[in-house]
Design a protein around this ligand. Structure first.
Ligand SMILES: Cc1ncc(COP(=O)(O)O)c(C=O)c1O
Length: 374
C-alpha cells in the first residue's frame, strides 16, 4: 500500500529530538523553531513529560468516557489555574479542528441561531464546519459549502456592526493571532468590539487558540492581551506537546446535558497524562514568561535588520514578512544553517518554537538570518 500523497515534504528524516534540537538519520543536528507547527510547547522529549506518559501507559492507556477518569478532573483544575479561567468547563477532544467544530456547534445549540462570522485569511481546521469557516476555497469541498458562514475583513468594526444587524449571528470565531494567515495580531479594540456585539446580540465569542494559545503569545490565551473573556476557547497543538489532544473551555453560562457532545478518544488516560505534564512544566519552568521575554528580544532584534518588510507577532509566535526577492531565505535557513522555521504565503517566515527557547538559541537564529539578509 502507498501513502495518500497530500503532504509536500522536505527530504529530511528526524530520528531524535530533545528540547529545541532535533537530529536526522545522518546525525545532523537542527535547531527547531517550527515545533512541528506550533505543537512542541515545552520542548521535545522533556523528561517529566516522558516519565508521566510512560508511568500512565504502564497503568492504563485508554478507557472510554463511560467510566470515571479522575485525570480529566485533575486536568480541568490545573488548566483552570494556569489559564486563569477557573470557572470555565472543559470538554476534551483530539485535534484543533474537532475543538472548533464542537465550539461552533455548541454555540448554535446554545442560542438556536445559524450564522457564523469568520474573518479573511482565517484558518480553523478541515472538518466540515471548521473548514467552512476557513478562508481558503481550495480546501472546502462542495459538500462543506454553506451560506451560514460570513467572512468579514480583518479589523473592520463597521462591517462587523452591519453583519450583526440581522440578529441571526450565532457565533464569531477569531484567532487572537492569525497563524496560517501570516501572523496577524488582532487589536485589543477589535476583540473588545466583538465582545460587546456578542453581548448585545446573544452571540457566542469563540477564541480559536489552537495555534496562538497555551502561553505562546506571552499570555495563556492571546485574546487575554485585550482584557476580554471569550465564551469558548478552543485549543490543541501545544496542549499535548505532540500527544494528540484538544479541548474547549466553556463559560459557566453554558449548561451541559448528557449526549450533547461526545467523542470516543477525547480525554483518554494517556492524553490527560500528557496534557498534565505539559501544564506542570509550563508552571514549574515559567515558560509563559520565557515566551514573552525571548519573543520580545527576538522581535526587537529582527526589527533592527535591513530588508525585512515587517515583523509581526507576540511572544514566541512571530512572522517575518520578507520581500519577494528574499523568498529563498527560508530554504537557506533549513539546508545551510540547519534551522527549521514555518512559513505563510506569500513570503512570511513563521517562528513557532518551544516556549522554552533560550536567548542563546534565539541568537543562533539571528546570526543565521543576518547572514542571509546581508
Ligand atoms: C488556528 C488554527 N485552528 C485550527 C487548526 C486545526 O487544528 P488541527 O490540525 O489539530 O485539526 C489549526 C491548525 O493549524 C490552526 O492553526
Amino acid at each position: 500500500m502507498k501513502l495518500f500523497d497530500v503532504y509536500p515534504v522536505n527530504d529530511i528524516t528526524i530520528v531524535k529530538a530533545q528540547g529545541s534540537a532535533v537530529w536526522d538519520d545522518k546525525g545532523q543536528e537542527y535547531l527547531d523553531l517550527y515545533g512541528g507547527h506550533a505543537v512542541i510547547s515545552i520542548g521535545h522529549t522533556h523528561p517529566h513529560y516522558v516519565q508521566r506518559i510512560t508511568d500512565q501507559l504502564n497503568k492504563v492507556g485508554f478507557y472510554s468516557n463511560s467510566i470515571h477518569i479522575p485525570l480529566q478532573r485533575e486536568l480541568a483544575e490545573k488548566l483552570g489555574k494556569v489559564s486563569g479561567k477557573e470557572d470555565y468547563q472543559l470538554f476534551l477532544v483530539n485535534s484543533g479542528a474537532e475543538a472548533n467544530e464542537n465550539a461552533l456547534k455548541l454555540a448554535s445549540f446554545h442560542n438556536g441561531k445559524k450564522k457564523i462570522i469568520a474573518f479573511k485569511k482565517a484558518f480553523h481546521g478541515r472538518t466540515s464546519l471548521a473548514v467552512a469557516a476557513t478562508d481558503n476555497p481550495k480546501i472546502v469541498a462542495p459538500v462543506n459549502e454553506t451560506d451560514n458562514v460570513i467572512f468579514l475583513p480583518w479589523e473592520d468594526q463597521e462591517a462587523l456592526e452591519i453583519a450583526f444587524q440581522q440578529n441571526a449571528v450565532s457565533s464569531v470565531i477569531i484567532e487572537g493571532i492569525q497563524g496560517v494567515g501570516g501572523i496577524n495580531v488582532a487589536s485589543a479594540g477589535f476583540l473588545q468590539k466583538i465582545r460587546s456585539l456578542c453581548d448585545e446580540h446573544n452571540a457566542v465569542f469563540i477564541a480559536d487558540s489552537v495555534q496562538c494559545g497555551y502561553g505562546r503569545s506571552g499570555q495563556f490565551f492571546s485574546h487575554d492581551h485585550a482584557g476580554v473573556n471569550a465564551d469558548i476557547y478552543t485549543m490543541a497543538k501545544g496542549m499535548g506537546n505532540g500527544f494528540p489532544i484538544g479541548g474547549i473551555i466553556i463559560s459557566p453560562k453554558f449548561k451541559a446535558s448528557y449526549g450533547l457532545l461526545g467523542t470516543t478518544f477525547g480525554g483518554n488516560h494517556l492524553a490527560c497524562a500528557a496534557a498534565l505534564a505539559v501544564l506542570e512544566v509550563i508552571e514549574q519552568e515559567n515558560l509563559i514568561a520565557n515566551a514573552e521575554q525571548v519573543g520580545n528580544y527576538l522581535m526587537e532584534e529582527l526589527r533592527k535588520l535591513p530588508k525585512i518588510k515587517e515583523v509581526r507577532g507576540k511572544g514566541l509566535m512571530i512572522g517575518i514578512d520578507l520581500p519577494e526577492e528574499l523568498a529563498h531565505v527560508k530554504k537557506e535557513l533549513l539546508f545551510k544553517h540547519k534551522i527549521f522555521t514555518g512559513e505563510a504565503k506569500p513570503n512570511v517566515i513563521r517562528l513557532l518554537p518551544s516556549l522554552a527557547l533560550t536567548k542563546a538559541q534565539a541568537d543562533q537564529f539571528l546570526n543565521a538570518i543576518k547572514q542571509e539578509l546581508n
